[in-house]
Design a protein around this ligand. Structure first.
Ligand code: LR7
Ligand code: MN
Length: 600
């Protein structure tokens, strides 16, 4: 592990990609003599953690770029932990500034290979599916505004690495007037230096917002199929074939991959369950469970699944069909609403919208959006009003009732979109609700009450599958190693916001930690241990990992690590009433802990 780690850091400091493949993992228990082999080079690293060696003098020199850096397997936690560590002041600045500009952990993104491997999250049956010959070629359109350089490059590399050349017409990057210094130039240089002949970098004359930027890209595209992707994604193996296959069957099939999760704090890649797109009367997109009976046989897990709406960012559509049904509403600004607009339009005007379970693409789900619109407009509201007035007939009243603030909002001229609807002879919204989305209920008082909580609702839309019952896997008190002091809540386990301090160990509720399968530490099954930059508090469990996700080796004398913070659980002084704080894990004074089981 240490050779590997050293190597990683060597590579990081030289700014190269991390080209190391760790293929062979033994279960944690039998890890004493683990072998790490780089398949492409045949180089091996063997040894225990304390004493490792490699079988070649020119180990570092000889490594050729390979497509792997597994970091999401359980056993690779160690590597990921290394990658996430904030070791210097400079690291901290990079990380903090990164969160401000991009709303995710760029420290980790910088350190990960652009060609890292990710787990194949498909159902096993997908591997046996045969697709038609002569699938159409795709133009992939990736718009970006102020995207983090390495993360954008990883998006591009993942597409190049996992898309058969004969199916890829081109990748069209649309730089939507990013104002990050040198970003445009750097991307251009990367394309030229690596002779990426299929990658084209374009730039509209002014900031257009993602909707018009996509239109700009689509108008330059030459492939038969358009695939839109966000700029912070990684496509998975075999992602494109099932999408193109379905479009080849019928050009009015609009298809989406399952959107896997790239954790914004750790960049760990994990599988998403099969959920479909819906919406609420505030016109916010939401994920929801599939109707009962959708998944009954084994085969159901790989069949296309009809979805009333799309999240927006990732889908494939026949180019001519895209034009025929009216592309996008060019009157929409910056961000929001276009996903419901195109969803309603596809269904109401004769197409279908489907999820393709065998196609998997990871997306960095951010907790916040790091940009607004240049003039401060609430573009989500502006765009939603256009959706409501063009497509929703009388049902728009439900939306308007929820948003009295919308009355004074100018949503521009919608006549050309109304004309489009007439010309396409689309079904009405009532048909859509009855035939495509019968599960949708009319607003109840409950939902009306929600109108004061829009921000909360918007947060919720992202990962509803996290909102399930907590699953406890262990229970212990946390004792400072070589002491008889334990962590407890200063203001009691029921107090949200309480800080944590050291007190003599007692078997009280106030010192009883429950660990969940998502690595949360829940004091007395109530509130979660949560890290700030330095402080540590008890807070409501949000079930989103990040600042509430703690890693440790178990047993005695283990550091307790928070990947999102890149730091470890420590104390300001090792005596009673000492405060629990976050510390550098490399601190010579690093605090280790004993997980003291409550039964013995
Ligand atoms: O002005 C802009 N110009 C741009 O080019 C603003 C954004 N963009 C780019 C941006 O760099 C990114 O690549 O547009 C893309 C989408 O912006 P994000 O990543 O900030 O949006 P999001 O992922 O938060 O939002 C989802 O909803 C949006 C509604 O307008 C878009 O449809 C996004 O594509 C969509 N993303 C997804 O569907 C991925 C899954 C997330 C969910 C749910
Ligand atoms: Mn996105």
């Amino acid at each position: 592990t240490w050779v590997i780690s050293l190597y990683l850091y060597f590579q990081i400091s030289t700014g190269d990609d991390i080209n190391l493949k760790l293929t062979t993992y033994r279960p944690r228990a039998s890890r004493k003599s683990l072998i790490k082999e780089n398949k492409e080079t045949g180089l091996k690293a063997t040894g225990s953690r304390k004493n490792s060696f490699v079988n070649s003098k020119n180990f570092l020199d000889k490594l050729k770029p390979v497509l792997v850096t597994p970091i999401t397997e359980n056993d690779a936690d160690q590597v990921l932990m290394e990658l996430g560590m904030v070791k210097t002041h400079e690291d901290k600045v990079i990380k903090d500034d990164g969160y401000k500009t991009y709303a995710y952990n760029v420290l980790i993104s910088n350190r990960l290979s652009l060609n890292r491997s990710i787990p194949d999250t498909r159902n096993d049956l997908c591997k046996t599916v045969k697709y038609q010959d002569n699938l159409p070629k795709a133009s992939i359109i990736v718009c970006f505004y102020n995207e983090h350089f390495q993360t954008l490059l990883r998006t591009i590399q993942s597409i190049l690495n996992r898309t058969p050349g004969e199916l890829l017409e081109e990748i069209i990057l649309v730089d939507d007037e990013s104002d990050i210094q040198n970003l445009h130039q750097d991307v251009l240089e990367y394309i030229e230096k690596n002779s990426l002949s299929k990658v084209k970098l374009l730039k509209p004359e002014k900031r257009e917002g993602l909707i018009r930027a996509r239109l700009f890209g689509a108008h330059k595209a030459e492939g038969q199929v358009l695939i839109f992707l966000d700029s912070h994604i990684e496509v998975n193996v075999g992602w494109i074939e099932p999408l193109l296959d379905r479009i080849k069957e019928k050009r009015s099939n609009v298809v989406m991959p399952i959107i896997d999760i790239i954790n914004a704090d750790t960049f760990a890649y994990s599988s998403s369950p099969l959920v479909r797109g819906g919406f609420n009367w505030g016109l916010h997109f939401k994920w929801e469970n599939l109707p009962k009976g959708t998944l009954e046989t084994k085969e159901d897990f790989i069949k296309p699944i009809k979805s009333p709406t799309m999240a927006g960012g990732l889908f494939a559509i026949d180019k001519k069909y895209f034009v025929d049904i009216g592309e996008y509403d060019a009157g929409m600004n910056i961000w929001g609403g276009e996903n419901l607009e195109i969803s309603f339009r596809i269904w109401m005007c004769g197409g279908t919208l489907e999820l393709i379970p065998c196609s998997r693409v990871g997306h960095v789900f951010r907790h916040t959006r790091p940009y607004g619109s240049p003039d401060g407009e609430d573009t989500m509201l502006h765009n939603s009003l256009r959706v409501a007035h063009v497509w929703m007939d009388d049902y728009k009243e439900h939306f308007l009732k929820l948003r009295p603030d919308a009355k004074s909002v100018n949503y521009g001229d919608i006549s050309s979109r109304q004309l489009l609807r007439q010309e396409l002879k689309c079904f009405d919204f009532d048909w859509y609700l009855k035939n495509v989305y019968p599960e949708m209920v009319l607003p109840s008082d409950d939902e009306a009450r929600l109108k004061k909580k829009w921000s909360a609702v918007e947060q919720d839309k992202f990962q509803p599958w996290h909102q399930r019952k907590r699953n406890y896997v262990d229970m212990f008190s946390l004792r400072l190693s070589n002491s008889s002091l334990c962590i407890e809540a200063e203001e009691g386990f029921k107090t949200k916001g309480s800080s944590l301090i050291l007190r003599p160990c007692l078997r009280t509720k106030n010192q009883m930690w429950y660990e969940t399968d998502k690595h949360e530490l829940v004091l007395s099954q109530l509130l979660c241990l949560q890290t700030g930059k330095i402080s540590v508090i008890l807070y409501k469990c949000h079930e989103m990992g990040g600042n509430q996700e703690w890693k440790h080796k178990g047993g005695k004398n283990t550091p307790i690590y928070n990947l999102a913070a890149g730091t470890c659980l420590g104390v300001n002084k090792k005596e009673a009433d000492g405060s629990v704080v976050m510390k550098m894990c490399t601190d010579p004074e690093i605090t280790n802990w004993d997980l003291v089981s409550q039964v013995n």
